[in-house]
Design a protein around this ligand. Sequence first.
Ligand SMILES: *Cc1c(COP(=O)(O)O)cnc(C)c1O
Length: 292
Amino acid sequence: MLFLQGGASLQFSMIPMNLLKSGTIGSYCLTGSWSEKALVEAKKIGETEVASSSKQDNYRYIPSTNDTDWSKDSAYLHITSNNTIYGTQYRHFPETGQLPLIADMSSDILSRSIDVSKFGMIYAGAQKNLGPSGVTVVIMRKDLIAEHSNLPTMLDYSTHAKAHSLYNTPPTLAIYILSLVLEWVKEQGGTKSIAKLNEEKANLLYKTIDQSDGFYQGHATEDSRSYMNVTFTLNNQEKTKTFLSEAKEHGFIGLNGHRSIGGCRASIYNAVPYEHCYQLTEFMKNFQRRDK
Ligand SMILES: *Cc1c(COP(=O)(O)O)cnc(C)c1O
C-alpha cells in the first residue's frame, strides 16, 4: 500500500510509465470519461487497445469483458469500477487470470468489500470515500513493482515502495484524516455493513425512479446501476430545471447532473446518511404529485 500525491489523475500516467514495457499493450475498458482520460495518458506512453466500451450507448451500462477482448501481448487490463458521471458500477469484475487487473476505484473504494487478491493494482484519489483530497491510495501486487532507472524518481512506484511512502514529505494531514475515516468505517461495522447501507440508500432512490411511471428516468441500465451516483432525468428539460431549482430551495444541493449528460445526479458516497436519501425520495414523490 502506497500513499502518493497527484490524485488519481497522476496514476493515469504512472501506470503506463511503470507497467507498459515496449512490445506490450495496455488494455482499457471504456465506461466513461475517467477511463477515457486514463486511456489518453497511456497512449502518450505506449501502445494501447480498447478491450470493451459502451461509449456508443452513452455509457449507460458496464460492457462485459472477457479474454477474447484483450490481446495476448497485453500488460494489464484497466477498468474504472464506478463511473461518477454516468452512474454505473461494476457488479462483477472481469476474470483476467494471469493478466494484472488494474482498477481505478476512486469513487467506490471502501463502499463495499472487495477481494483484493483479484487485482494487480487498485488506486483511488481519497476525496470521495476515504478522506480529503491530497492523498492517493495505491494497493499494488509486489511483483508488479520494479525499478525503472529511466523514470523520474518520483514517478517510479519502487521509490515509494522502498521508502514506505516516506521518500519525500507525504501529505500528513490528509493521511491522518484518512486514518480517522478508517476508524469510522470500523465503527460502522466495516465495509460489509457500509455496503449494505449503501445498497439500501441507492435502492430507495432507484425504487422511486422505477415506480414513477416514467416521470423520472434512470440513465444507467438496471444491471449496471451505481450505488454511489444515481443519475436520472425528468421527462422534459424544463421540468428538470424546475425540479433542480426547487430541490435546491429544499436544501438538496449539488443535484445537477454533469454537463456531459445533463439531468440530475445524486451522489450518495459513504458519508451521506440514509435519512438524506429518504428525504430526497420524499421530495421527488411530492414534486411528482404536485406536477399533476
Ligand atoms: C474523481 C475521480 C477521479 C479524479 O481523481 P483526482 O484525484 O481528482 O485526480 C478519477 N477517477 C475516478 C473514477 C473518479 O471518480
